[in-house]
Design a protein around this ligand. Structure first.
Ligand SMILES: [Zn+2]
Length: 253
């Protein structure tokens, strides 16, 4: 069910064990070849495909496009929430869902910069309800949900993980919204590595990529995009099924 399409009495009539999905994305630069709406477009597309399978047991909120994208601010057009405000906003969003009585909530993320703030927001929500054991508060980034590593099952995939405006994102945009994809075949690869792993290095996009992308957009194809979205679709439906099947109190799931 799409939350925004229902009436208040219809929401009130739902089981409080209904899974509530709060999708979060971004409006941010995606190199010279993809639009600012890329993350919002991809998450919306994934939800539209998953909706048919989880409709009866899931309430899906509109995609929140204002994300944590300060690392992209050196490029024009990016609309970013300051990190502290973003955490507070997500915490407030989850709190309102709890106030309506729902207990199974998924912050479904479609932008790398939202991952840590989303986890922090859920952590803070959980600590404000320390005495309750009936809450299932999850955060997941959609491209980590594939049931098998994409590079092992998709023919010719160049990258083994998500970059930025890269082979994966460009491929998925070629599948979902090809009219929004610009010239990408001649773009040189930009390395995604990090010489200080396993430490986590704070970064700005400008320092890593003067063109604003990370990875290999030249390797993109609509076929790869369809296959990637198919894997993420499977992973998302499987996660929601597990949330529905949760016994309502145990940690193990
Ligand atoms: Zn993106």
């Amino acid at each position: 069910m799409w939350l925004a399409d229902l009436t208040a009495p219809q929401i009130d009539a739902l089981s409080q064990d209904t899974v509530v999905v709060l999708p979060i994305a971004a409006i941010e630069q995606h190199g010279p070849h993809l639009p600012l709406v890329t993350d919002t477009c991809l998450l919306t597309g994934l939800l539209q495909s998953a909706h048919a399978e989880v409709d009866d047991r899931t309430l899906i909120a509109p995609v929140q496009w204002w994300g944590n994208s300060h690392h992209h601010l050196d490029f024009p057009g990016t609309l970013s929430a300051p990190p502290g405000i973003y955490v507070a906003m997500l915490q407030g969003l989850v709190d309102t869902v709890l106030a309506h009585g729902f207990r199974r909530i998924l912050l479904l993320n479609g932008h790398g910069g939202n991952d840590i703030p989303a986890r922090q927001a859920m952590f803070q929500v959980r600590q404000t309800h320390r005495q309750r054991d009936d809450l299932l508060l999850l955060t997941a980034t959609y491209w980590t949900l594939a049931p098998q590593p994409p590079a092992e099952v998709i023919q010719g995939l160049h990258q083994s993980d998500m970059g930025h405006a890269c082979e994966w994102e460009t491929s998925m945009m070629l599948h979902l919204a090809p009219h929004l994809v610009g010239a990408h075949k001649e773009l040189p690869d930009v390395a995604t590595g990090d010489g200080f792993k396993p430490a986590n290095r704070a970064w700005t996009t400008r320092q890593r990529s003067s063109a604003g992308y990370l990875g290999a957009p030249s390797a993109a194809s609509a076929e790869k995009g369809q296959a990637l979205l198919g894997l993420f679709h499977q992973g998302l439906v499987s996660l929601i099924d597990r949330m529905v099947a949760w016994d309502g109190h145990s940690w193990a799931g």
